[in-house]
Design a protein around this ligand. Structure first.
Ligand SMILES: NC(=O)c1ccc[n+]([C@@H]2O[C@H](COP(=O)([O-])OP(=O)(O)OC[C@H]3O[C@@H](n4cnc5c(N)ncnc54)[C@H](O)[C@@H]3O)[C@@H](O)[C@H]2O)c1
Length: 325
């Protein structure tokens, strides 16, 4: 492409982005009832994030089908959902059948295609690995309804890359719906869109996010969207302070809680998100992310590699920077 043609393409893309934001800025779209378009949701991955998304969607009245590789993973996801709902029921004084009434909206299967055959919205929350996500979505594309919306909960990858193996029509109906951990508690959902995304689709998804009790923000398809683009370098700086011997883990956490007013310190946060998730983000960015590849900040340190290979993944494995019961 000549330099003037690429400048024109960049200008067009920018104008399109401004049109999307102008269309959506400040509008709450009260006329959109997401339940008329989205009634059945298929969620792939019963881990920390997948089970949380299943819970909030079912709590908000949606029929949800949960898929995972094994029945044992599904059982552990459903167990986490039941435990979280029971806690909420106790705290908010719900009637005795409240938990069960929500669980009846959740079905599950290990049959990948059956899970999404009648879905209006598919959300993938499987392991942060590009080829696994691409293969999963392109497999689902063979049976999903043409109107079905595809969403990825990726923390670090580009939506364009996750959607790379989809046909054009489906790619235009693919976005990121990026939830935060723990999903039942955290209010934010980042909606990341590509240049060709229809503003009407974004308006619908904004309405859906509000309907499940969350707050949407929009972001162009860029590595880490908003939160992780800011948070990952902050976590890296915290780790380097400790690896250089400048301060202890406990003192860094205390400093950021009491000095910066953060609800938890960076090491507590990394333990909660999972060290493997942070590691995959850094590797993906160091390897190929536009504008970030080969940036030495994102090269996982030997200390981090050692923790991952020892299985110190944070809360989920019982040990990370801290030890958990
Ligand atoms: N943990 C967080 O704080 C957080 C926050 C936002 C987004 N995310 C993103 O959400 C996604 C899931 O993360 P998580 O923390 O729930 O991870 P997790 O390890 O708890 O769950 C991952 C799930 O992927 C499934 N899986 C593993 N290998 C698979 C394969 N080959 N094919 C299909 N499924 C497979 C596992 O069975 C598991 O259910 C990732 O993309 C992650 O980056 C994580």
């Amino acid at each position: 492409m000549s330099s003037s043609a690429s400048a024109n393409a960049a200008e067009l893309a920018l104008r399109r982005q401004h049109q999307i934001l102008d269309h959506l800025r400040g509008e709450s779209h009260p006329e959109i009832n997401p339940k008329t378009t989205i009634s059945h949701i298929a969620i792939y991955g019963a881990g920390i994030m997948g089970s949380g998304i299943v819970q909030v969607a079912a709590q908000s009245g949606y029929q949800v089908t949960l898929w995972d590789v094994t029945q044992a993973n599904i059982d552990s996801g459903i167990h986490a959902i039941r435990t979280s709902l029971s806690k909420i029921a106790r705290k908010t004084g719900q009637p005795a059948d409240w938990v069960q009434s929500i669980l009846t909206r959740i079905s599950s299967t290990t049959d990948q295609l059956a899970a999404c055959a009648s879905a209006d919205l598919v959300i993938e929350a499987v392991v942060e690995n590009l080829s696994i996500k691409q293969d999963l979505l392109s497999h689902l594309d063979t049976v999903a309804k043409p109107t079905c919306i595809f969403a990825t909960n990726t923390s670090s990858l580009l939506v364009a890359d996750v959607a790379a193996k989809l046909n054009d029509e489906r790619r235009q109906r693919t976005v990121a719906l990026h939830f935060f951990n723990p999903v039942a508690v955290m209010k934010l959902v980042e909606i990341a869109y590509m240049d060709g995304t229809d503003p009407a689709l974004l308006a619908l998804l904004k309405a859906w996010v509000l309907d499940i009790g969350k707050v949407p923000v929009l972001c162009r398809d860029t590595p880490g969207f908003i939160v992780n683009r800011l948070l990952v370098p902050y976590n890296i700086e915290a780790r380097q302070l400790v690896e250089r011997g400048d301060a202890t883990i406990e003192d860094v956490d205390t400093a950021m809680k009491l000095g910066a007013g953060y609800p938890m310190g960076p090491f507590e946060l990394m333990d909660m998100t999972g060290l493997d998730t942070g590691y995959h983000i850094m590797k993906a960015w160091y390897g190929a992310a536009p504008g970030l590849a080969k940036d030495p900040r994102f090269k996982p340190s030997p200390e981090m590699e050692q923790m991952i290979s020892s299985g110190y993944l944070g809360r989920k494995s019982g040990r990370g920077y801290y030890v958990y019961d």
